[in-house]
Design a protein around this ligand. Sequence first.
Ligand SMILES: Cc1cc2nc3c(=O)[nH]c(=O)nc-3n(C[C@H](O)[C@H](O)[C@H](O)COP(=O)(O)O)c2cc1C
Length: 164
Amino acid sequence: MGCILISYSLTGHVQFLCEKIVSRLGCEWLQLVVKRPYPSKGFAKFYRGGRDATFHWPVRLATPIPDLSAFSTVIIATPVWASTVSPPIGSLLRKVDLSQKKVYLVISCSGGDTQKCRKRMLKLAAGSTYQGCLLTIDPKEDAWDGDTALQAFCQAVQQGNTYE
Ligand SMILES: Cc1cc2nc3c(=O)[nH]c(=O)nc-3n(C[C@H](O)[C@H](O)[C@H](O)COP(=O)(O)O)c2cc1C
């Protein structure tokens, strides 16, 4: 049984990280696209996304809901929005059945709290076996030095181990 990475990225940080994960693991990668894209600049970027995240409003996905029956391991990657999970990933988690699957989380933020986001994701992924979470702060910035953690995370996924 294989491994799939499911991600959403608005401004490229999560995508940057996912490219590295996929090149190490060689796993399947599904990048979510929303029907009505979120603004990626200015005040609107924070207004609409922040509002939808705060109220846990679902968003319509342009990406079809995947059939995960062939995968025993699922990695879910999201940016933090308003201290919680981004609406595209939240909407997907409501629609897929992750029970019996090993689930790893990848969370990117700009320095704020990530615990609420992790808790929300685990609540939505009820029934899955939580294996660990890779936390990063805006990884596409030049100063990012998370390669060691990334390598340890990928090794844990490959070996089916938990990641601390
Ligand atoms: C609508 C919105 C809300 C955000 N809220 C938070 C937040 O509460 N805490 C935080 O640390 N970063 C917050 N951020 C920043 C992103 O989580 C961070 O820059 C992340 O790395 C972006 O990933 P991406 O480039 O893949 O979209 C927010 C960004 C957006 C667009």
